[in-house]
Design a binder for this molecule. Sequence first.
Ligand code: C2E
Ligand code: CA
Ligand code: CA
Length: 567
Amino acid sequence: MNVNTQRVRKALVDLARRAIDTEPLTNDDFREICESVLVSKMYYDMDVGKNRYINPVTKQLIVSENIVDGKIMLYDNGEKTDLVMKYTYYYNDIEYVHAYIEFRPGIKKSDLDLLMYQFMADQIFIIVSRQNLRVMLDFEEAYDDRTCIPNSRHLKNKYARVTKHYPKEDICVIFLNLQNFKYLNEIIGMQGGDEALVKYAVTLHSFIEDEDECACRVGGDNFALFVKKENMERTLKFLEAVKLDDLPHLKGREYALSAWIGISPSADCEAPIELRLEHASIACSLGKQRFKKKIMVYNSELANNFKHGREIVAMFHPAAKNHEFHPFFQPKVNMLTGELIGFEALCRWIHDGKFIYPDQFIPVLDRQGLIHDLDMTILNETCIAIKKWLDMGLEPPRVSVNISRKNLFIPNIEEEIIGIILRNGIDTKHLEVEITESAKEEEFDRLIDFLAKLKNQGLRISIDDFGTGYSSLSLINNINADIVKIDKSFVSSMLNDRKAAVLIETIIQIAKRLDMDIIAEGVEIADEGKALIKLGCVNAQGYYYSKPVDFETTTKLIREHGFKPIQ
Ligand code: C2E
Ligand code: CA
Ligand code: CA
């Protein structure tokens, strides 16, 4: 049998030209050359199992559409063969891949121009490698390398393509942040967490069936997608709890992962895709951090809210430097005797002569990790005030300061607190720390340790907002606090709501049994005071006596020695 070298040369040139064309090579492209050189089958034996370019969604090696028995098949006309030639290619000095050429039946090695076949195999290898490289680069650019689903660049490009023929008014953009993913990582380990992430990504990706929709991984445990308005309901239902099965680290048990969801609705369609993604992610993080709502839809009010948070963060350090944060003091009173028994220091931000109240900035600072600076500032200012009263010859009652729970994880926080007090030349007996209860176990252990260290140094501790957390009863039993502070939400409803009254009564009884003092906050009217006294709580703080007041007014209150008793 004869080989027409002219035809071979032409087929090789055609193939090379096709390879630099924009379309990927297909098996058809190898037909002409294989037929012209009496070849029945041509393939590579690259170890596809270990190749990382396996797309977990399609389960295909992305460099070739055609994988048979682990071989990358270039051509196969189905005929049997009597002669197989093997060509070896090296990478970093190791055998990297072998090319196989199977000849049509009846052909013997002696029939062949070996040099020409070697040349042809090498040329094809170069052409295919170049092609593979291009596919791999495209893949790197458009796909996420951990999960192999599209990345956000891909999503943006696809949005641009789709909105050329589909009205963008009918497309919603969704941003997702997995709920409790950290927790999952903790219980099944990093590797298990990775597995879950990949599984989630693949499940999400396969959920999208419409050609004109797209899902991607943004990074970390964040994902984004865009879907048609008509598919929103179905999509949200799916996202509510994505079921992951077959996770080896969960021993095959099914696990449902839900997500915080932020939506850039169709009304937001005039914004370019980059902005729509940002809007959806703002909605998502506000839902998670601020509103505790699983699904948040972006609108201009949310935008202002977010902007406000950012402005607070930007203003904070200059304001602290500028001494704009001051403690105001609210008296604590024994309702039976009218005696002034203490103050609570509450932060006020005085900016350009205007008051900014804590609910406007404390939650933002708490979330952004800036609360420690604020708490230490207020503690320091409170110590300065106490020192001034002492220097005036007054005997100020004990003043409590609020310490956010976030401080528990600041290294050496106890030393820092004690250091601030002592550096101001006052004794720890003048101060008390208010800290809210905690539901998280890891925080709980740390809280016990924190309280013990501060108590050792002579500070009193009160548990703030008692009754609003989840672990109240177990907490109060295990914790060595001095005072329980009944939250004002119970006090304000106790006269109309029997449940609140029963709860207050229970708290009081437990506190007494455990030898703890008790105080109610938010007492606004005498009837609330009377009811509290009846239930056994005689100490109170609230507008009934006074709002938080500045240093001068507080000085007057200390001089006056108390209030009228509640009859
Ligand atoms: P909180 O610790 O529960 O403080 C009591 C809040 O109730 C104060 O609000 C106080 O002004 C208000 N209040 C007192 N009596 C009454 C009353 O009779 N009726 C009503 N409706 N409210 C009353 P404020 O000063 O706005 O502080 C709000 C929250 O901000 C505080 O709640 C506390 O959690 C936080 N906060 C204030 N200053 C600081 C601080 O320096 N550090 C930290 N970490 N948090 C602070
Ligand atoms: Ca407080
Ligand atoms: Ca409170």
